[in-house]
Design a protein. Structure first.
Length: 256
């Protein structure tokens, strides 16, 4: 594949990663894994590869703009159907990490269950104050820690921003092009990505299978954030649609 085509593929793969970060319960890092660009993303951030970061950033921004304009409206109008769809996405995406853990031992299963329990607790959306921060400082801090969700599979950026109380303000800032809030939030995201990319890169190099065990538990546990409230026939079709999309994205990731 030529460099031009590889950059084009990276751009299109980055769109669902950005989109995922606007959705509660769905992790951008998870979709980066599914699409087989996770290590590319981490290394580009760690080594500050401007060209790749620009391509990834443009794709992610396109996904964020689409998510803030379209998906969030769907969530308000059809929350049950959207939850079924997102539940299908999250559950199926766990396959991307599970297949990389090797043989499933008792210890791995135990660690996976602990990670599942942590994500399950996190997904309950228990509100908390964040260092009593307010104003623009809150947006910077939310961006800094929200960046973890953008590169750590299993932790939803949307859910994390809800917990910090800035989910709707950030979406409104995107829709209304409030540049001051977006610049401050973006600066926090950039700072967080630089810090956490080094940590995750090291862990993946030294303990990949162990990390994949933890991530599988986190992904499965995070599905509680979008678990459908009641049974719905149409929801089952939406669940299947979400699962099929992940399967298609995984095939694309493996073949490009």
């Amino acid at each position: 594949m030529s460099k031009k085509n590889s950059y084009l593929a990276l751009f299109f793969k980055s769109i669902p990663v950005g989109l995922a970060n606007t959705l509660p319960g769905v992790s951008g890092g998870t979709l980066a894994l599914v699409l087989n660009i996770y290590e590319t993303l981490i290394n580009a951030i760690k080594e500050i590869k401007i060209k790749k970061l620009t391509v990834i950033g443009l794709g992610a921004v396109a996904g964020v703009l689409f998510g803030s304009a379209v998906i969030t409206d769907l969530y308000q109008n059809q929350p049950l159907i959207v939850n079924y769809f997102l539940f299908g996405l999250v559950i199926t995406s766990a396959h991307s990490t599970y297949k990389k853990i090797g043989n499933l031992s008792f210890l791995k299963l135990l660690v996976m269950l602990l990670a599942f329990a942590f994500a399950l607790f996190f997904a309950r959306e228990i509100q908390f104050g964040f260092m009593n921060a307010e104003g623009l400082m809150l947006f910077f801090i939310a961006g800094f820690f929200g960046s973890v969700a953008m590169i750590l599979p299993g932790i939803s950026g949307g859910t994390l921003l809800i917990l910090m109380g800035v989910y709707h303000p950030v979406l409104n800032a995107i829709n209304n092009l409030d540049l001051l809030i977006l610049i401050v939030f973006g600066a926090g995201v950039a700072a967080g990505l630089l810090v956490f990319a080094w940590l995750f890169s090291y862990l993946l190099q030294k303990h990949q299978k162990e990390i994949m065990v933890i991530l599988t538990g986190l992904i499965l546990g995070s599905s509680a954030a979008v678990f459908p409230a009641r049974f719905n026939i149409g929801g089952l079709a939406a669940f299947a649609g979400g699962a099929v999309i992940i399967i298609i994205l995984e095939i694309i990731g493996q073949n490009t």
